[in-house]
Design a protein around this ligand. Structure first.
Ligand code: NCD
Length: 321
């Protein structure tokens, strides 16, 4: 039973596998000509996005609608947040309208946990909180890899996943680290020392299957998966890299680097992509790229997450009755 989906760190392996299996089943709904199931009919989902988003917001809304829920969108610019209303007051106001699930993206790390403590009756989904976590992104990345490896008759276990780029500021990296360690994969973090300190703060917490590399060649050598991350200039308050040209010279992923060091690797990127910085267009649009599949799977993963939260609320209500 999952009450809120705040991070991957607090999930156990069974819960992670359960969400991935359900998401796999929900993929089929998006292939129908009538893309709707009645599972969440009569439920209300509020999407509170206090940071920009294209794919995450759209896919949560589509997921809710494909499950027949009513979805409402609120963004910072059109809301009382610009008038200075606190998250506490915004949350209490929204809860007074009896939503079942509140999906939130927020610039501050820990905001989703804070929200889950304020709300009494509403399930919370973290759609990205600052530099902390982005659990549904890691779930959709894992689903995409599970489908890819299963199609080759392999399991998503015992693989080597290289995550390259601005690790320091990346909630996508943090959620993926937890997910891949739970799944039994090795994670290599790759990036310049300013964006990936060698004593990366949670190393000990993450354990022996995680390693840090400052040279691209060492980090991706023989990897099964190369996941490039966006250079998050909006979170970089100091000078973390001299310029994006230099970054791409040392850490940009292109076909010749892959041919040389990781010839069999598939390539992922959570988007939005800075073409020619993190990935060359040839790789992003080429046969190794799983980027479109990641986006497509975002809908199924979010359907599975919303469904699981609604189901556990129902169970709790039955128990209380
Ligand atoms: C990511 C995010 O917002 O954390 N994007 C996404 O949700 N697909 C990554 C990013 O912004 O670089």
């Amino acid at each position: 039973m999952i009450k809120h989906l705040l991070d991957i760190r607090s999930l156990n392996r069974e819960q992670l596998l359960f969400l991935l299996e359900n998401a796999d089943k929900f993929c089929e709904v998006s292939e129908r000509s009538l893309k709707k199931v009645p599972a969440l009919r009569g439920k209300t989902i509020i999407l509170l996005f206090l940071e920009p988003s294209t794919r995450t917001r759209a896919s949560f809304e589509i997921a809710g609608k494909r499950l027949s829920a009513d979805t409402i969108n609120i963004s910072a610019s059109g809301s009382s947040v610009v008038k200075g209303e606190s998250l506490y007051d915004t949350a209490r106001t929204l809860e007074a309208m009896a939503p079942d699930i509140l999906v939130m993206r927020h610039p501050q790390s820990g905001a989703a946990h804070f929200l889950s403590r304020i709300l009494k009756y509403t399930a919370v989904v973290n759609a990205g909180d600052g530099m902390h976590e982005h659990p549904t992104q890691a779930l959709l990345d894992c689903l995409t890899l599970k489908q890819f490896f299963n199609s080759k008759g392999q399991e998503l276990q015992g693989k080597t996943v290289a995550i390259v780029g601005d690790i320091l500021h990346s909630r996508v990296a943090r959620s993926n680290i937890w997910a891949h360690l739970l799944l039994g994969n090795k994670v290599r973090l790759v990036g310049p020392p300013t964006l990936l300190p060698s004593d990366f703060s949670n190393m000990q917490v993450w354990g022996e299957h995680l390693s840090v590399h400052h040279r691209l060649a060492d980090g991706i050598q023989g990897a099964d998966v190369v996941m490039a991350l966006r250079m998050q200039l909006e979170r970089q308050k100091g000078h973390f890299i001299s310029n994006t040209d230099e970054y791409s010279r040392y850490y940009g992923i292109n076909e010749s680097v892959l041919q040389r060091y990781a010839p069999d690797a598939v390539v992922m990127h959570p988007g939005p992509l800075n073409r020619g910085v993190e990935l060359s267009s040839e790789v992003a649009d080429g046969p190794r790229s799983l980027i479109s599949k990641q986006v497509a799977n975002g809908v199924a993963v979010r359907m599975a997450a919303l469904f699981a939260l609604a189901a556990s609320r129902q169970e709790a209500e039955l128990e209380a009755a």
